[in-house]
Design a protein around this ligand. Sequence first.
Ligand SMILES: [Zn+2]
Length: 425
Amino acid sequence: MDIANKLMSEIATRRDDLVELTQELIRIPTLNPPGEFYRDICDFLDRRLVRHGFNTELIRAEGAPGDSDKYPRWNIVARREGNAPGECVHFNSHIDVVEVGRGWTTDPFAGEVIDGKIYGRGACDMKGGLAASIIAAEAFIDTCPEFRGAIEISGTADEESGGFGGVAYLAEKGFFSPERVQHVIIPEPLNKDRICLGHRGVWWAEIETHGEIAHGSMPFLGDCAVRHMGAVVAEMEDSLFPALAQKRTDMPVVPDGAKQSTLNINSIHGGEAEQDPDYTGLPSPCVPDSCRMVIDRRFLIEEDIDEVQEEIFNVLKSVEEQRENFRYDVREIQRVLPSMTEKSAPVVQSVARAIGDVMGKDPDYVVSPGTYDQKHIDRIGKLKNCIAYGPGILDLAHKPDEYVGIDDMVESAQVMGRSLLDLLG
Ligand SMILES: [Zn+2]
């Protein structure tokens, strides 16, 4: 049997180990927010990877947003050197999961297996992918002990809340510098036969309109900030939304609706603060002197961030021309530039060949509508040879009864193993 076949069957025989590992990861409820049990999962990964000859480092992102003594932002980076000089392949998975939410029919932190699927919060996003990468790496090391270069596996914090206490922090410290790492695979749940090249950009901002408080029975003595904001929304409906719908990208974004520029109004709040649901009093009559709206603009690689901002300012200027006393502020909350790895990049080529070998088909190339940690590897780490590839169905992420298919995990572990053989064998 040639070495590639040996590796494929070696991974297949580790199926039970893969299932158990995924279950054990799901049972550590690393909820974010607030960012719990990060140290526990890092210690668990540490014990596992040290057994396979990895050198490990546990790194706390001190001072990062969210980091505190109560909720420290722990990360693990494990590195296994090969037997000769060569390149380094890095698998990066986030260890955090989002809140459970309502509607579950299974225990979200039990890792139950039903009909060939493992259920739990984080099963597909992305503890199944993390487990698949560990099994792939361990099987590769055992089958091909003379490999060259190095393998790294990281478990990082806070991807779901921007990655500042995770990949961004590590990238700042040089963990993703091109001298240290040459290929990065992020096993996010993009399906076992798809290669995700990158993501659209994000511009989050808060718009505030100002008014003047007065008695609600005499609104003419004040100035209603909510009416000003209503005019902003109307102007967006008239001019901005139709213009955004016209902008189409050549990026292979999925689903199809996300191939255009999009804008979501995340929230609008004006006037008196909302009371707790158990409050039984009535509101007091006031003209609101402030209204705030949070917008979430997702943009395309063909668009420039300055142009994206300009469009919003144009909406506001146009309202300003139409309304008296229209005053506003705009505050940026977050910006992420789009990222897209070239199809010709070595890691793309290698994983594409591996999908062909394991599944007998060509991969689909996709771009994610939302961002993930590739942004930090690209912008801070300056490493362009990065993709997301992993088992699981993206639509199940963050939903009740999230699951990952066991067969899919085995196949994508085989693809990861085959890529390791290609790049380091
Ligand atoms: Zn994820």
